[in-house]
Design a protein around this ligand. Structure first.
Ligand code: SAM
Length: 283
């Protein structure tokens, strides 16, 4: 019997294939096509509309970096907002912080959450059942435009700018995020792989630069997102948060007992050192 392969269709001139060792689910929700399968290198792989979202083996890199960098830079974040993130991996990392009083997750597609609870417990753990978790099924843009709540950290854990995720890369959305931040709060965003999605990063950063006193990106290499390191947008009006001494980050990390496998205080600092070809895109 010949093996079946999943082919990612995100980039026009680059195709990645992952072998489907076992198909666990395939179907369509109201918003998107979902597929979950097992692969020998990545474990369980979730893809939406033909694009890999998260995998069991490398999710810790993405989720730790996009959660711990802003939370440890802030130092006392109580109210967290996650936009997207239906797999629950970001929620799980955020809830590891003792300072967090409430984590609100706004996901447009409830089926991704149901699906994760059933098949991706290795990624979300018991995060959906945590008493500090507040789940809202809604469009992220509409939510941030209408909420009265203010958040210390907003994490945009979105799909790529295709389908329902497209609105999460717009000036309208980023402006509403800024309005929903508390004083000195931080916005971080999933901003793709700059080597193959440079326009996406350039576009987001040109908007964030106009909105925040300090706007840049930081990077991490996540093997499942092919084409090089990926970029995370960063926007805050408190420029000091990006230049904290290593000893401060180390002390905060030690106090949290995060048990991280990728994040360290040194990796945090280094993630803001941008290669020239990425620095050019965020100027
Ligand atoms: N880590 C992933 C990545 O880098 O591709 C993202 C993971 S998470 C599964 C992305 C989620 O964003 C999806 O579940 C999708 O339904 C949700 N989403 C897309 N557009 C949205 C919107 N406008 N409002 C809220 N959630 C949205």
């Amino acid at each position: 019997m010949t093996a079946e392969w999943f082919e990612e269709t995100l980039h026009s001139g680059l195709r990645t294939r992952l072998r489907i060792d076992k198909l666990l689910y395939e179907g369509k929700s109201k918003h998107q096509h979902l597929i979950l399968f097992e692969n020998s290198e990545f474990g369980r792989v979730l893809a939406l509309n033909g694009v890999v979202q998260t995998t069991e083996r490398d999710e810790f890199i993405y989720h730790e970096m996009l959660a711990h960098v802003p939370l440890l830079a802030h130092g006392s974040a109580r109210e967290i907002l996650i936009i997207g993130g239906g797999d629950g991996g970001m929620l799980e990392e955020v809830l590891k912080h003792k300072s967090v009083a409430r984590a609100t997750l706004v996901e447009i597609d409830s089926s991704v959450i149901d699906f994760s609870k059933e098949y991706l417990r290795s990624i979300c753990g018991s995060a959906f059942e945590d008493r500090r978790t507040n789940i809202v099924i809604a469009d992220g843009v509409e939510y941030v435009e209408t909420t009265d709540q203010r958040y210390d950290i907003i994490i945009v854990d979105s799909t790529d700018p295709i389908g329902p995720g497209e609105a999460l890369f717009t000036e309208r959305f980023y402006t509403a995020c800024k309005r929903s931040l508390s004083q000195g709060g931080v916005l971080v965003t999933q901003n793709g792989v700059p080597f193959v999605q440079g326009d996406e990063l350039r576009n987001s950063l040109s908007i964030l630069t106009g909105l925040f006193a300090d706007a840049t990106c930081f990077t991490a290499t996540v093997p499942g997102y092919v084409g090089g390191c990926m970029a995370f947008g960063w926007g805050t009006d408190n420029a000091d948060l990006r230049t904290l001494p290593l000893a401060v980050l180390e002390a905060r990390l030690a106090a949290e007992h995060l048990d991280a496998r990728c994040y360290t205080a040194a990796v945090h600092q280094a993630s803001f050192a941008l290669p020239g070809y990425i620095a050019e895109l965020v100027r």
